[in-house]
Ligand binder design. Structure first.
Ligand code: HEM
Ligand code: HEM
Length: 236
């Protein structure tokens, strides 16, 4: 492997790979939930899968567990791949390579926002609604819309990554290769040298836009965990 081959840090590959598999599972199983019980906006004729809600709930819950780790990683170790201070200004240079890169970073960032919309609305859904034909709950509509947003963002995310880095970049997130300096053996020493105050100062000095998005995304994930506790028992 030459140094020119794109290389993704192991931690990124773990969190991003887990999120990717769980999101694709949630998108497919979510569609099958809709197809089994609802189908008002179009339907494919396949046998009904009765335990599909449980299968979908399992993908959803695991994604919710992985998401805070991936989000914290992305906003700190991976922040060079999210929106930058000058990204919006660079978006005016339509068609230039920097335009594509800025667009890719914008779309990377929007994946985290789309994920938050899906997990908050999913957490507010009740298992009893769809089997008993109750399709008019506002949270169900939010959850359906977040499915559409997630599918669009994911498609653009993969296309943008292909445009910016081509097949080598796409393959780099699937690769099992490990650089010695990235070995888990060094994680403990790297963790010990990690300076929370330095990280906090960097956060404060960072771009206001990215800071606001970080607060929205991390706040949204916490909301997804706790909001259902306040609504248990009510219809929503
Ligand atoms: C057409 C699309 C979708 C439909 C019809 C749908 C339907 C549902 C239903 C009925 C529940 C409640 C299940 C239960 O309580 O066991 C649920 C929960 C959930 N869904 Fe979806 N979903 C869709 C798409 C998605 C997508 C794309 C994601 C994430 C990327 C997602 C994430 C979640 C999460 C996190 C939960 C909460 C699981 C829990 O706390 O038990 N859903 N969804
Ligand atoms: C088929 C699935 C996917 C593919 C092929 C893919 C591809 C990629 C690639 C190639 C990168 C690296 C970009 C670079 O190095 O410049 C990346 C970054 C990223 N992806 Fe994905 N992705 C997928 C699914 C997802 C999902 C489901 C999410 C969100 C839940 C997501 C969120 C992100 C984020 C936030 C980054 C930037 C990470 C960072 O800041 O370190 N991706 N993706």
């Amino acid at each position: 492997m030459t140094r020119l081959t794109p290389y993704q840090p192991l931690l990124f590959r773990i969190w991003h790979g887990a999120s990717g598999i769980l999101v694709i599972g949630a998108i497919i199983s979510g569609f099958l939930v809709y197809n089994t019980f609802d189908g008002r906006f179009g339907k494919i004729i396949i046998p009904k899968i009765n335990p599909i809600q449980d299968i979908h709930g399992t993908f959803g819950v695991f994604f919710l567990i992985v998401l805070p780790f991936f989000a914290v990683y992305s906003f700190h170790a991976g922040k060079h791949r999210l929106l930058q201070r000058d990204s919006i200004q660079k978006l005016t240079q339509v068609g230039k390579p920097i335009w594509w890169v800025s667009l890719q970073r914008l779309v990377n960032t929007s994946m985290l926002i789309a994920a938050v919309l899906a997990v908050i609305s999913g957490r507010m859904m009740k298992e009893e609604w769809l089997p008993s034909g109750e399709f008019d709950h506002i949270w169900y509509y939010f959850h359906l819309i977040s499915w559409v947003i997630m599918v669009c963002c994911l498609a653009i995310h993969v296309l943008m990554s292909a445009k910016v880095g081509g097949v080598p970049l796409l393959l780099s997130i699937l690769s099992w290769k490990l650089r010695p300096e990235d070995s888990p053996k060094n994680w403990y020493s790297r963790f010990r040298s990690w300076n929370i105050r330095g990280e906090f100062n960097q956060f404060i000095a960072g771009s206001l836009l990215l800071k606001s998005i970080e607060v929205i995304v991390l706040g949204g994930i916490i909301t997804a965990f706790v909001l259902p506790l306040f609504f248990s028992g009510t219809g929503g």
